[in-house]
Design a binder for this molecule. Sequence first.
Ligand code: GLC
Length: 641
Amino acid sequence: MNKSSFNTQLERFDSSIPKDLPDRSLFMARLERYLPDLIEGLTSVYLNLEPMLEKLLQIMIAAHLERSIELKTLDLKRNLSPDWFEQPDMIAYVAYTERFAGNLKGVLSKVDYLKNLGVKYLHLMPFLQPRPAPHDGGYAVADFRKIREDLGTFADLEHLTGVLRQKGISLCCDLVLNHVAQEHEWALKAQQGDAKYQDYFHTFSDRTMPDQYEKNLPEVFPDFKPGNFTWNEASKRWIWTTFNAWQWDLNWANPDVFLEFADVILWLANKGIEIFRLDAIAFIWKRLGTDCQNLPEVHAITQALRAVARIVAPAIIFKAEAIVAPDKLIAYLGQREHAGKVSDTAYHNSLMVQIWSSLASRDTGLMTHALRQFPHKPSNTAWNTYLRCHDDIGWAITDDDARAVGVDGFGHRRFLSDFYSGEFPGTHAVGAVFQENKKTGDRRISGSAASLAGLEQALVNGDKQLEHLSLERLLMAHALVLGYGGVPLLYMGDELAVLNDYTYLENPEMAMDNRWIHRPAMPWDKAENAIANPNSLEGKMYHGLKHLIQTRVSTPHLHAAVETLVLESQNSPVFIYNRAHPLGNFVGIYNFCETAQTYPVWQLRELGIHAPFDRISNTKLEIWDGVVWLAPYARLWITQA
Ligand code: GLC
C-alpha cells in the first residue's frame, strides 16, 4: 500500500470516528503514525481487509474510551521515554503468584520485598482462568477475561497493577497466542459443530492432512503426547494440538482470531498490564512442508498487533517467547521491513544455554563463537537475559557452531544432558531429564539454578569448598546475565539460591512434569534470614545479587540500546565482551572455571581503557606484567577509572 492509499484509509477512518471522541486528536495522531505498520502487517496475511479494518477500528475506539486517565498519562510518559525498558535499572522478577504470595492480594504485601531487591518489572506466571488441572502451569487458558479462581478477581488485579505502578513496577502477563484449552468457549462451540468456531482451529476429518504435516513437525512434548494432532470424539475431527492434547492450536489465518486477540490485549492493557509475554509465538502460523515455526506470517501478525497496541495503549510492550534457533530468533525483534515494529524484547535463549554449556566445559570457545555470530538487534529492542526460568533447558547448540570450534554437536549436547542430569562422572550438578526424545536423542533438563550449579550436591555431602564454588559460579553467571545488556529476568528463589524441590512428586497433577522441580514455593523464612544475615548461605547469594543489581543501576553503559560485541579470548575459560557506549567502552570479563586465570590488559588499552576500573568490586585493576589475575569465577565490569 502506498502513501496515498494510507491517506485514503486514514480519511475513511477519520470520517467514521465520532467527532466528540475524548482525546480524539491524540488518537488520530497515533493512528496516522501507526496505520502503515498495521496495514502492512495485515496485508501480507489477510485478504479482504476492509471489513476487518472497520471491526478493528471499533475495537480500538472502544478500548480508547475505556482507558483510564492514569493509564493515558502513562502512555504519554512512555511516548516521551520510549527506551524506558532499556534502562540499566530495568530488572524483572518472574514468579508464580500462588507460590510467591498465595494470591494476587498476597502479592501486595510482597511489593516492598521486590522494591528492596531493585525489581522494576514483575512477571506473574499465568493467572488467567485455565482449564481444570492439568493445565500446563496455566498455559491452557479457558477464559482470558477471568482470573484463576484461587488467585482472585480482576478487581484484585487492577488494584495490584495500580499499587505496582505507583511503586514504579510494571506487571507482565502471559498471553498464550498459539492455543487455548479445549474447555475455552471457542473450543466448546467448535466441538458442538459451530462452523464459525471450528474455523478458529485447525481441524481435519481424517488423517490425510495431519499425516502430511507430521512429516516435517517436531514433537514438543514427546513424553506427554506424541505427535501434533489429537482425535476429538465430540466433533469427530482431528485437532491440531502442538503441545498437550487439551491445548488446541488456534487458526491465525482466520481474521476473527486476530480480532479476538486485539480485543483481549487492549482489554488487559486497560486493566493495567504493561508487558505481554507472547507465549509460544513461534508456532502460530502453519504451512505444509515446513516445521510450522517462525514462518514470515508470525512476524507480520505481530507487527499488526503491535501497531494496534501502539495506537491505543503505547505504554505497553511485547516480549516474545520464541525458544528457537539463533538464526531464527532475531526476527522476533524485527528484521528487514519488520525492524523495530514487532516485539520489544525476546528471550536470549542462546546466551542462557551457552552459560550452562561453558560452566560445564570450563571453556568459553563455543559461547564466544556462537554469540559472535548473532546478528545485531534493532536499537529500540532488548534481549531478555536470564539464567533460569520456569521451563526446562533445551540444548540449543547448533551443529554448525559446534563444528566451527572443533566440537561434535550431538556429542556435546549429550554431554550437557549427562552433566546436568547428574549422570556424568564428577559432575557437580543435580538435575532431571525432561522429555527424552528417543528418535532424536534430545534430552532437555529441569533443575534449579543452584542445584545445577552444584549447591545441592555440596550441601548433601557437607562439601564446604563446593558450596563456596557453587555460590561463586552462580554470582558469576548472574553478573553475566545482568551485565550483558538487555532486560535481565530473575527467576523467583534464585536470589536465595533455592535448591530443587522434590515435593511435586507427591502431587499427582504435577508428578509427570518434572519442570515442577524448579518451581518451588517461595521460602520466606530464608528470604528474611538472607536479608538479616548477609553471611548465611542465602544471605551471600541475596546480597551478592543485590550488589550486582545496584552496580548495574549506576552503570549507564548497560543501556540496552548499546550492542554487545563478544571478543575473541586468548584464554579458553575466560569470556570477554565490549559495549561501546558514548560514555566510553565497557568490558565484561568472566572466568568460567574454578582455577585462577590471567587476562592480558593490552586488550583494554586497545579499547582506550588505560586505567581500568572494576565497577563490581569498586577498585582499580591491579596489573602484573601486563596481565590481570582473575580469581575462580571472577566477574569484572571494567570501565576507564
Ligand atoms: C511456553 C511456556 C511453557 C508451556 C508452553 C506451552 O513455552 O513457557 O511452560 O509449556 O509454552 O504453552
